[in-house]
Design a binder for this molecule. Structure first.
Ligand SMILES: Cc1cc2nc3c(=O)[nH]c(=O)nc-3n(C[C@H](O)[C@H](O)[C@H](O)COP(=O)(O)O)c2cc1C
Length: 286
């Protein structure tokens, strides 16, 4: 179902979401004040954001050169700390490498089937080398630099996802690229100060994927706090999860949480991810 309108359910102009929505075209053009419960027309950008969902099965249809280039150029338009572009994008075209990544990234075969695979690397190497060449007393990259470069890389990745969506091309993040650091470092030829941030796989969605329901999101009112963190709000997590799971409660909800914990939190992959990310931090900062 296509989403055409958005209903404002919480009106508070200092709330960033409301402030954002109230900049919607209709409100600005008409110069009216938004009222609680009013409906504003969605512009294409917001519509695409709502309609995007992860795609894990792809049509056997190549992504054209122009489309690919538009996606990568759009990634480069993302905000970047100090306008430094603290990332490198690996365009994985080698089918063998894709197959290997589908194994090393927690055995997800659809990675090998994707028509475009981009790895966003947090990269401070370029800048550090140039600073060393031209400046004296140059400090070594540290944790703050790693955080910034990771943020840069992830924001660029999301631009690519949104651009692809606007072209009818589906995508899926693969967080597991931050696992098996030593293997990925070797496989991708990563030098010091260059570490994985995200992998995104792309392709035209199959009909089944187009029909797939987008997983429910939490309500904005449960996620947005005003000015300071609200523990009370966060502690309503069971209520939030009941909504999230389509109304489960009591024992059913408890069992759902148990299964989720086993599948995600206590999983082998998440333990490996923590180990690997520690190795990334140590390697980058030592
Ligand atoms: C950082 C990150 C890592 C993810 N890693 C994976 C992954 O390894 N495999 C996968 O199938 N989906 C992965 N996803 C996709 C999420 O499962 C998906 O975004 C979430 O279930 C919400 O569904 P939606 O994207 O369809 O709205 C990842 C998403 C993010 C943001």
């Amino acid at each position: 179902m296509k989403i055409k309108q958005i209903k404002i359910v919480c009106l508070h102009f200092s709330n960033p979401i409301c402030a954002f929505l109230c900049k919607g075209q209709r409100i600005q053009r008409n110069g009216t004040n938004a009222k609680k419960g009013m409906v504003i027309n969605m512009n294409n950008t917001i519509k695409e954001l709502y309609e995007r969902r992860s795609v894990r099965a792809f049509e056997d249809r190549e992504i054209g050169k122009e489309e690919k280039s538009a996606i990568i150029e759009a990634a480069l338009q993302a905000p970047t700390a100090g306008n430094m572009t603290l990332y490198t994008i690996l365009d994985v075209t080698d089918e063998e490498l894709k197959k290997k990544l589908s194994v090393t990234c927690d055995n997800q075969p659809f990675i090998a089937e994707a028509k475009m695979v981009l790895i966003f690397l947090a990269d401070y190497r370029r800048w550090y080398k140039i600073f060393e060449k031209h400046c004296s007393d140059v400090r070594r990259p540290g944790e703050g630099d790693l955080f910034l470069a990771q943020a840069d890389a992830l924001i660029a990745a999301q631009n690519a996802v949104v651009a692809a969506q606007s072209l009818g091309i589906g995508s899926c993040y693969i967080g597991d690229i931050t696992e098996n650091y030593e293997i990925h470092k070797e496989l991708l030829g990563l030098p010091k100060y260059v570490v994985p941030a995200a992998m995104v796989v792309f392709g035209y969605p199959t009909a089944q994927q187009k029909e797939r329901k987008k997983p429910t999101r939490f309500k904005a009112s449960d996620i947005v706090c005003e000015n300071t963190y609200s523990k009370e709000k966060a502690d309503r997590m069971e209520e939030m999860l009941s909504y999230h799971t389509g109304g489960l409660s009591g024992r059913e909800l408890s069992e759902w949480i148990g299964r989720f914990c086993k599948r995600k939190w206590n999983s082998e992959f998440s333990r490996e991810m923590s180990r690997s990310c520690r190795a990334i931090i140590d390697d980058f900062c030592k």
